[in-house]
Design a protein around this ligand. Structure first.
Ligand code: AMP
Length: 305
């Protein structure tokens, strides 16, 4: 079973024992010393989270999974209070994939002053997509991830591509604040019918759960259309038509769409035909949509060249 710590000092003391000491991890990255991996989560773990831990185990000797429902990334009227908290079950699941430590701090341990007067500002990249309907969300995510990086001081941290904008902001944070941490991206883990696994899927009624895979199906369909179009000038102009059609189909299935957008892989806008034809950037289709009580996110990469 993983060792559970609620106190920053206790976790730090344990990790200090490994830092600098010899490792026999098969990864040639270890250079003979212990490597520490961090997998940040909000708990209520599913196979998507467990896959991040499996990936982390391949990269490091010691895997720390944090479980913290971070209040600073929830807006007013969001599901902070009702977010599922299932620590005992989570720890059992983590034992099956060999996590070494669970860091499950209280809100007071993480935030002696709440809201914290010190801020992490994610900037322009956070003003779009999820950030538009959840103002401040990525600043809150940024501060908690910064704190976790400082507490654990991992060599590597693993994040899922399901939260694509979050991942882009974390890479920006690592670059701008000079964290000596390698960020590993994990692919989206899905249910058999294609629905991306998420802690919020449990808000879906039985009937909604039947409808939910439509989101992935429609993204795949749009991604295939974009791929086969090869995106020469006329098809770029047709992007809006394809998006409008997909928007309509998802809405007709019963979702209320927050956004459905095509961006470059770096989350910059698909601006002009010229930049398109010259640079041939890979694209990503991103969606957030409400189905009943659940806000569902998904995305699909489109390799252009
Ligand atoms: P959360 O607990 O929702 O904050 O997610 C914690 C981490 O798990 C984040 O890096 C997410 O991107 C990742 N994650 C959540 N769901 C999935 C999934 N279905 N596939 C892969 N990664 C996921």
């Amino acid at each position: 079973m993983p060792i559970i710590h609620q106190q920053i000092s206790a976790l730090r003391a344990d990790l200090q024992l490994y830092r600098g000491s010899k490792s026999d991890h098969p990864s040639d990255k270890s250079e003979g010393r212990h490597r520490i991996a961090l997998v940040p989560t909000m708990g209520n773990l599913h196979d998507g989270h467990l896959e991040l831990v499996r990936i982390a185990k391949q990269q490091a000797d010691i895997v720390v999974v944090s479980i913290f429902v971070n209040p600073t990334q929830f807006g007013e009227g969001e599901d902070l209070d009702s977010y599922p908290r299932t620590l005992d079950k989570d720890v059992e699941k983590l034992a099956t994939v060999g996590a070494d430590y669970v860091f499950a701090p209280s809100t007071e341990e993480m935030y002696p002053v709440l809201p914290p007067p010190t801020a992490v500002i994610a900037g322009a990249i956070a003003d779009q997509l999820c950030g538009r309907s959840r103002p401040g969300h990525f600043d809150g995510m940024g501060i908690v991830v910064s704190k976790l990086f400082n507490i654990v001081q991992p060599d590597v941290a693993v994040f899922g591509q399901k939260d694509y904008q979050q991942l882009a902001i974390i890479k920006q944070l690592v670059r701008d604040l000079s964290y000596p941490i390698e960020i590993i991206e994990a692919p989206i883990i899905r249910a058999e019918d294609g629905l991306a696994l998420s802690s919020r899927n449990q808000y879906l009624s039985k009937a909604e759960r039947q409808i939910a895979p439509v989101l992935h199906q429609e993204l795949q369909r749009l991604a295939q259309q974009l791929q086969s179009s090869q995106l020469h000038s006329q098809q770029v102009a047709a992007l809006d038509v394809l998006l409008t059609d997909t928007h309509k189909r998802i809405t007709e299935a019963g979702f209320v769409i927050d956004y459905l957008e095509v961006k470059t892989e770096q989350l910059t806008p698909v601006v002009t035909t010229e930049n398109f034809n010259k640079e041939k950037p890979n694209l990503i289709v991103l969606v957030a949509a409400q189905l009943g009580r659940a806000r569902l996110l998904d995305n699909q990469l489109v390799t252009v060249s």
